[in-house]
Design a protein around this ligand. Structure first.
Ligand code: ATP
Ligand code: MG
Length: 437
């Protein structure tokens, strides 16, 4: 997995949110920061220019006056009107060098604008208490101190816009999320229905949401119906054929019983017995799959039932994990397990069954101490009508070769699989029948 795939959210919600929100938020942030910064600078510049004009006028009057005292007396009333306070000579309150706070977006603009307009400006102090700015000027009568409010030079609360933007962004994101969720829910629902169907369960599902999702939903419903029809047809055909074969077979058996008992008749009788067993197996297969409803069952007692029915020495060796009710089709799973136990009993002496309850699956593990199946023959053994040991030992009463493929089919229809391995415990075959839960 690449780094990008690992950091990107995996769910549809996360991805949709990322695709929709990330670019918008980024663009908004970049543009508004840039906009605020510029706007703020321009406003500060213009306001400071206004102040600078007032100051230039007052300072010119100071220069004109014959003495500082006269200057003060004459200018004070005007300065008061302009909300500016003059001090001549400037005391220790007034700065020798420029001072500004750490974070002060408009400070540089203010100082630059003042310098540009006022030749006599010596230093500016923007750090004063109560938003008062102190300035020191040089004049004919020595240093002149000026005090005025910071409010006259830069806009107050420039962050209001930012706060407003963030608050509305969050609000809109929440609304978008709610809408997105209602758009994405149909997709999750469709995925759920498809997953359940894969496990052989039919859940109610109705196509909803956007046109595309609805189309996918309808396609799924069509597919589900088609599959169900096919299974039904297969079942009907199998059971029909098997059922109809039974009667002529019984007639054959009766006819053979009337013939003299020679080698030929005996072999014919064996053939008839074989055919009967095949027909029985087909019938059982067809019956088992015939749309049995999935129910919640106690898997341990199901396994015990099958064990006692299967005869032989097989025993339930171990239950791993926490035993819980599992939703499955008991007859079908029972038949699959029966087939595995039958094989194990046929080829081995010791047979052990283990049940393993995993997070999302239940595993029936059948192990025996027989010859096992060589690795390369395992996929062959799973195919219908595959009998590997036909030449090995015909007296072991080999069947039709359907047992494993039926078991695999049942596992698949439960969202699981049938795995064949070598048993490390007993040395023979280990068959894992896994069903989803
Ligand atoms: N436990 C086992 N040990 C060794 N070989 C096995 C075992 N189980 C199955 N096999 C081999 O796999 C083949 C296929 O098994 P499968 O159960 O599908 O058919 P079958 O047992 O011959 O017939 P059926 O189960 O239909 O009566 C068997 O013929 C046998 O050769
Ligand atoms: Mg078998």
């Amino acid at each position: 997995m690449s780094l990008l795939q690992r950091i990107l959210p995996r769910g549809l919600y996360g991805r949709a949110a990322l695709i929709l929100l990330a670019p918008i938020v980024t663009i908004q942030l970049v543009f508004s920061l840039e906009f605020i910064q510029r706007q703020y600078e321009d406003v500060t510049h213009q306001m400071t220019q206004g102040v600078a004009i007032d100051l230039a006028y007052l300072l010119a009057r100071v220069e004109e006056s014959p003495s500082p005292d006269i200057a003060l007396a004459e200018i004070e009333p005007v300065a008061e009107e302009l909300e500016i306070k003059l001090t001549i000579p400037a005391g220790a309150d007034f700065p020798e060098i420029d001072k500004m706070a750490w974070i002060d977006l408009s400070a540089t603009t203010i100082i630059a604008t003042l310098r540009e307009r006022l030749a006599g400006l010596q230093a500016v102090d923007l750090t004063g208490d109560g938003k008062i700015v102190h300035l020191r000027f040089a004049s004919r009568h020595g240093s002149v101190g000026v005090e005025l409010s910071r409010k006259r030079m830069s806009a107050t609360n420039p962050h209001q816009l930012l706060v407003l933007m963030i608050v509305t962004s969050i609000l809109m994101a929440v609304i978008a999320y709610v809408f997105l969720r209602s758009q994405l829910r149909p997709i999750t629902k469709l995925a759920q229905a498809a997953e359940e169907f894969g496990k052989g369960r039919r859940v109610a599902y109705r196509p909803r949401g956007a046109v595309e999702v609805r189309a996918a939903g309808r396609a799924f419903l069509d597919m589900r119906d088609r599959l169900e029809r096919q299974i039904e047809q297969r079942t009907l055909m199998l059971s029909g054929v098997s059922h109809d074969l039974r009667t002529p077979l019984t007639r054959l058996r009766l006819g053979l019983a009337l013939l003299p008992e020679d080698a030929e008749t005996l072999s014919l009788q064996r053939d008839v017995t074989d055919m009967e067993r095949m027909v029985e197996e087909f019938l059982a297969f067809a019956r088992g799959d015939a749309m049995e409803e999935a129910t919640a069952v106690d898997a341990v007692s199901l396994a015990q039932d099958i064990l006692s029915r299967s005869g032989g020495e097989a025993r339930l060796a171990e239950v791993i994990g926490v035993p819980e009710q599992v939703v499955l089709r008991p007859q079908a799973v029972g038949r699959a397990l029966e087939n595995l136990l039958q094989n194990a009993n046929r080829y081995g002496k010791t047979v052990e069954l283990r049940l393993e309850f995993q997070d999302h699956a239940l595993c029936f593990r059948v192990e025996d101490d027989g010859p096992g199946i060589p690795t390369e023959a395992r996929s062959e053994a799973l195919k219908p009508f595959a009998r590997l040991d036909r030449s090995r030992d015909p007296n072991r009463g080999g069947g039709v070769g359907l047992g494993l493929s039926i078991a695999a089919d049942i596992a698949r229809s439960h969202g699981g699989a049938l795995g064949l391995w070598e048993s490390t415990r007993l040395g023979g075959l280990r068959a894992d029948l896994v069903v989803a839960r």
